[in-house]
Ligand binder design. Structure first.
Ligand code: ADP
Ligand code: MG
Length: 254
């Protein structure tokens, strides 16, 4: 039996005295698309950031593809991983943010090439070829030589997705990838994400796009105040929410 792609157990995270994640348990099978929804401040971004150890949890464990994230276990005690090993773990987990964080002085192609050359150590010619393929995959073959400022927000976000995919991640995390976009640009980014889902990529998507959650999501998680309040097949949770807080939230976004 193969391990789930993600296993999150009793995860807790505080900032100062405020407990932002209050015991999160979540299991995600390979190839699943999990959409995470919930009010602002409910801990969605913090959860994603704990999954790749950008935030250090107070307690609890995260396993990705069976591997404990951020720590090694020796004789029953956990020790922080070395920077080099943590970096290697992070390389296998792609992350796409609301803001695109592209290098402004590099073309689309160079942005996608960057990790291939700097992290994967691939030669420039091969990296260029691979980056061009990835830009093609997100529908931007004709924008390879454009700089971020010459691209729309939707195009920039697609470059960011291609750049993430260049690292060949086993898991992709999306934190409100379309929230900063003009409404008419949302669809092109969601379409790329839908294509990616169809390739079997395991994805966790924090989003307010309930249409995407319903159509592409295999599972929907509703968070409030640092807890998973409700989860299940998107159609069930969206169609017949069981909890008052889920209903109240959905009545605002649907
Ligand atoms: P969401 O993504 O659901 O809007 P977040 O995970 O960003 O929620 O934030 C959850 C809570 O944690 C919020 O109250 C936020 O202010 C707080 N928080 C997030 N990051 C930090 C931080 N680095 N330092 C202090 N408080 C933080
Ligand atoms: Mg957030």
């Amino acid at each position: 039996m193969t391990a789930p792609m993600v296993q999150c157990r009793a995860l807790r995270k505080s900032f100062g005295r405020i407990e932002v994640l209050r015991g999160i348990d979540l299991t995600i099978a390979r190839g699943q698309v999990v959409c995470v929804v919930g009010p602002s401040g409910s801990g969605k971004s913090t959860l994603l950031r704990c999954l790749n150890h950008l935030e250090e949890p107070q307690s609890g464990r995260v396993y990705v593809d069976g591997e404990l994230i951020g720590y090694e276990e020796r004789g029953g005690t956990l020790r922080p991983l070395s920077d080099a090993r943590l970096r290697r773990q992070r390389e296998s987990i792609g992350m796409v943010f609301q803001r695109f964080h592209l290098f402004p002085h590099r073309t689309a192609l160079e942005n996608v090439m960057e990790g291939l050359v700097a992290v994967k150590g691939i030669g420039a010619a091969d990296a260029r070829r691979r980056a061009a393929e990835l830009l093609d995959r997100v529908g931007l073959a004709d924008r390879a030589q454009h700089y971020p400022a010459q691209l729309s927000g939707g195009q920039q976000q697609r470059v960011a997705i291609a750049r993430s995919l260049a690292m060949e991640p086993k898991l992709m995390l999306f934190d409100e990838p379309t929230s900063a976009l003009d409404p008419e640009l949302v669809g092109e980014v969601l379409a790329v994400m839908k294509d990616l889902a169809a390739t079997g990529m395991t994805m966790i998507v924090v989003t307010h796009e309930m249409g995407f959650a319903r159509e592409v999501g295999d599972h929907l998680v509703f968070m409030d105040e640092g807890l998973i309040i409700e989860q299940g097949p998107p159609r069930e949770v969206l169609g017949a929410p069981r909890h008052d807080r889920t209903r109240a939230f959905l009545s605002k976004v649907l």
